[in-house]
Design a protein around this ligand. Structure first.
Ligand SMILES: NC(=O)c1ccc[n+]([C@@H]2O[C@H](COP(=O)([O-])OP(=O)(O)OC[C@H]3O[C@@H](n4cnc5c(N)ncnc54)[C@H](O)[C@@H]3O)[C@@H](O)[C@H]2O)c1
Length: 339
């Protein structure tokens, strides 16, 4: 049994991590400011975390100091962050404040209170400018967009604290994560959440470019298996969390549409410069977002090697795409029915 803090615990991944650790018998403290997460995410078949979570911001240092002082955590999972890319692009000051300054606040608490380990949620988006695939951990071309830049900077601070104070820190670079609790209601949901929502509502989903762009998708339960395995790490490490297998957005669309009984509903294809059109200010301000950057973001290929995760932690993803999508659709439709 470990005493564990999870930040961002009302979010997609943090909530499921909480449930798994709770089942393992760990003693948990959960924080979320509910800027994105939801109370619904905290209700599980065998446990309801809604009355246990602290509704606090990770930048509230007075609150955190008193929490760390009282709880004597062994491990911190830092999952909180502003994750939608267009939100970060649209409000870079807030993105840096939460994602970078927030991470440094957590690192400093880890240092001050002698926490045994920090496990930090980073992203495959740091590889957005890579051209060699599969991407490997020690090879990052510096990113251009705000969200991956905040995560890349946060990783640098994780390394700086680990180097200076010998704190074990593991940065997990998640590929595109999917599974139950994926957010299908937010302004710009992840692609699977978006397709499920639009098909559920009887709308025609919009895909950008030809839909043939390929990505690496990892199922949330598999991610959590690795997030737990890395507790054994006693140094600084960066680990890809991925399948190493790519699948096109069209293939994802087809599996979801078939499973939802919408096989005849074809998507509508839009130009790449219409991506993020829910954020008109990004296109209308004196310096609009570059069409080239938008095209790169839409067409971006992601494929991450998971050899390091296998060699160091004996981890391989176990869930097939079909099985994972089936569970994602079932859960999301239930959320959409209640919304
Ligand atoms: N889902 C993915 O595909 C994916 C991929 C790569 C990396 N990640 C990273 O994994 C982590 C979890 O992602 P997720 O998909 O569960 O995202 P999510 O948005 O569902 O969860 C993040 C949670 O952090 C909370 N939060 C944001 N700012 C906060 C603050 N200032 N104080 C306290 N809580 C705050 C939000 O309310 C939300 O509940 C994030 O750091 C994200 O960047 C996710």
């Amino acid at each position: 049994m470990s005493r564990i803090l999870i930040t961002g615990a009302a979010g997609f991944i943090g909530s499921q991590l909480a449930y798994r650790l709770w089942k393992n018998g760990d003693e948990l403290s959960l924080i979320d400011n509910f800027s994105y997460g939801s109370e619904d995410n905290l209700v599980f078949p065998e446990h309801d975390f809604r009355d246990e979570i602290y509704h606090n911001d990770i930048r509230d240092q007075d609150f955190l100091n008193s929490l760390f002082n009282n709880k004597h955590f062994d491990i911190v999972y830092h999952m909180a962050g502003i994750t939608p890319l267009p939100d970060c692009q649209n409000n870079p000051v807030e993105a840096v404040d939460v994602n970078v300054r927030g991470t440094v606040i957590i690192l400093d608490l880890v240092r001050k209170y002698g926490i045994k380990k920090l496990i930090f949620a980073s992203t495959s988006a740091v590889y957005e400018n890579n051209t060699d695939f599969p991407s490997i951990e020690n090879c990052v071309e510096k990113p251009s967009l705000v969200y991956p830049s905040t995560k890349y900077s946060s990783e640098q601070f994780c390394k700086a604290f680990s180097d200076a104070y010998s704190i074990p820190v593991v940065c997990l670079r998640f590929a595109n994560v999917y599974g139950p609790h994926i957010d299908c209601l937010r302004k710009q949901p992840p692609v699977m959440g978006y397709i499920i929502r639009e098909l559920y509502k009887g709308n025609i989903p919009v895909l950008h470019s030809t839909g043939e762009q390929k990505r690496d998708f990892v199922y949330v339960d598999d991610l959590i298996d690795l997030a737990i395995r890395v507790q054994k790490c006693n140094h600084f490490d960066v680990v890809n969390v991925s399948t190493g297998i790519t699948v096109s957005i069209n293939d994802i669309y087809k599996i979801i549409a078939d499973y939802m009984g919408n096989s005849n509903q074809k998507p509508r294809y839009e130009r790449t410069d219409h991506f993020w059109e829910n954020y008109p200010e990004l296109y209308s301000e004196p310096y609009p977002i570059s069409a080239k950057i938008m095209e790169h973001e839409v067409l971006k290929y992601t494929c991450l090697s998971n050899e390091h995760a296998f060699r160091e932690y004996g981890w391989r993803p176990q869930t097939s795409l079909e099985e994972g999508i089936k569970k994602t659709v079932e859960f999301s439709c239930e959320i959409l029915r209640k919304a």
